[in-house]
Design a protein around this ligand. Sequence first.
Ligand code: COA
Length: 381
Amino acid sequence: MKPEETVNTGLDGVVATSTSVSCLDTVAEQIVVRGYDLIDLATHAQYLDVAHLLLFGSLPTAHERNGFAEQIWNEMSLPEEVETLLGLVPPPMAPMDVLRTALSFLAGFDPVLRENTEPANREKAVRLLAKLPLVVAHGYRLQHGLPTVALDRGIGYAANFLRLMTGETPSSEAAALFDMTLSCYSEHELPNSTFTARVIASTLSDLYGAMVGAVASLKGPLHGGANEAAADMLVAIGDPSKARAYVLDKLGRKERIMGFGHRVYMRRIDPRAALLEGHIEPLAQSVPGGVELLETYRIVAQTMRDEKGLHPNADFPIGLIYHLLGIPRPLYTPIFFVARAAGLGAHVIEQHAQNRLYRPRAQYEGPRGLSVVPASEGNAQ
Ligand code: COA
């Protein structure tokens, strides 16, 4: 590296690629996904429509919508070997690690694994949208000695996903709200996991490898793991009257409040959080203790605004929504990944289509000029 070049730790503010998949437009305060406002999509379209938009480049016509749903439905099963693997998972293994392992194993069963063409990548991504809910739900249930749940052809993708995890067919309102969270999670420009996937794809490695790397990235509490931590916090606070003191105490100890802050939005509002916050109340009223948790949520958010000028990101409302929907806590981040698989697929397709290898530089800060002293001359430990 030349001395005049500056180090951009964390690639803060670096524009690393161009894309036509999505952008976080902080001026218009919009998440633009292939020309649409993600909030408009999450409100007026279903998750599978958004996935179609991401992977095929356009919202589906009525005919395409049926065909896409059929395609997904036909792929909604797991190879027997993958089911067997899921049954072997040791109890302490985190569901994100189960997902990473099973996803890697699933690659071996994909007939077009090594093809990086656009149609092959799209085919693989669609297959994963169909199979990943089963990996996540079956993996968790088998790990906990619970019977796996059968799919119900009479209900949609989001309702089936919920049912596979909880064992109960959700109300249409619950399924619709869950679907909205999937759309909100579907795509978000270039977060760490998407960047990871593109970096891997840029070596012309395959879509599965890129996705496996993205799971590992998303697992971290500074990224996808925040939704679980946010729900844990709300439950730990318990009584709304304790919420403000809880936040002040954490901030006083320089600890982070999970589900707040964002590298790109910084002190602006995450539009996904604003949308989802407005849909929690009816769900909260239908669940015992839900109203108190929502009140705790509001006080935590207000205290963060007052004290730090920070707003919730999508993980804060989604943590509460998933808790109220009765989803097991360790599945929140895997769900995030399943939803994001649509956006990741779109990015891998784009990376392979306009590839340039990612290879940044590092500023060396270690010593120079050392000479090797052979061990026989007294340098051995
Ligand atoms: N709780 C408390 N303070 C926070 C905070 C949080 N969740 N997020 C940021 N801050 C504060 C930092 O302490 C720092 O304050 P200071 O300037 O007084 O020291 C300032 O905001 C900037 O933080 P920084 O860590 O430099 O920002 P970043 O861009 O590197 O961090 C996140 C972005 C997402 C990693 C960060 O906001 C965070 O840790 N959030 C919690 C985890 C989370 O919700 N992740 C999901 C993201 S979608």
